[in-house]
Design a protein around this ligand. Structure first.
Ligand SMILES: [Zn+2]
Length: 244
């Protein structure tokens, strides 16, 4: 009987080509448990590198659903990481904000039926509004030797959770153009209900292509006014800026 390959080994590095851009990547299970998700490690990450901690959205990422911003956020994050040639995508198996795909579908139905946003829909259905957890991601990033990261996110709760798990986190908000009225409403509910750093109205810097389309040709994000400063207890880090 042949033993299964050791999926935790780091000797699985390979070329990764996307939108004509070639990177080197290797894969590591999250905190040693592939059921939780995986890390895609681009290049040789060091403190101050870009990190995206992303939770699964089957509709938005695999099916191209226009009802949320998950696909564009994932693709834009990969754009940035590939542009720098170094960084980490932590992909977590936390569908439906951790409640699962069936809960997400029920939430959509509840929203359609009553007109409430998805957070209230989850609450009405008895699901946790956001059950996602990030300590495993933090453990995994520390396992790579990282202590300070630039986190591609609009979600202050995610920043806080990773800080509480021991990382020094500098948030790098990312803007995407809503794919539909429903996606726009979802973004607005995330801004209003969960304090996400999302500008009102049209983003200043829009994704120049649909998810999976051509590589953006200009800087795509900049700090949002009012975004918390990076952890001031951290030693100074030289952060590249993405001013247009
Ligand atoms: Zn989604």
């Amino acid at each position: 009987m042949t033993a299964a390959p050791d999926s935790s080994a780091a000797d699985n590095g390979h070329r990764f080509v996307r939108n004509g851009h070639e990177s080197h990547v290797h894969v590591i299970p999250v905190a040693g448990d592939p059921d939780l998700g995986h890390l895609l490690v681009f290049g040789r990450p060091a403190d101050g590198c870009l990190v995206r901690v992303h939770s699964r959205c089957f509709y938005g990422e695999s099916l191209g659903s226009q009802d949320c911003d998950c696909g564009p956020e994932l693709h834009k994050s990969l754009d940035f990481i590939q542009q720098e040639g170094v960084g980490v995508l932590v992909y977590l198996e936390q569908e439906g904000r951790g409640a699962g795909l069936v809960a997400k579908a029920m939430g959509y139905r509840e929203s359609e039926r009553t007109g409430v946003d998805s957070f209230t829909a989850y609450h009405n259905l008895g699901f946790p509004v956001d059950a996602r957890r990030y300590e495993y991601a933090a453990d995994s990033l520390r396992g790579l030797g990282l202590r300070r990261i630039r986190l591609l996110t609009n979600n202050p709760d995610k920043v806080q959770a990773l800080r509480e798990a021991g990382l020094l986190v500098h948030p790098e908000p990312i803007y995407t153009t809503p794919l539909s009225e429903r996606a726009s409403a979802y973004l607005e509910s995330k801004r209003r209900r969960r304090g996400h750093w999302i500008p009102r109205g049209e983003p200043e810097q829009a994704l120049t292509s649909a998810p999976g389309g051509t590589r953006p040709t200009r800087p795509l994000h900049r700090p949002v006014p009012g975004t918390p400063d990076p952890d001031r207890t951290a030693p100074p880090i030289s952060f590249p800026r993405y001013h247009g």
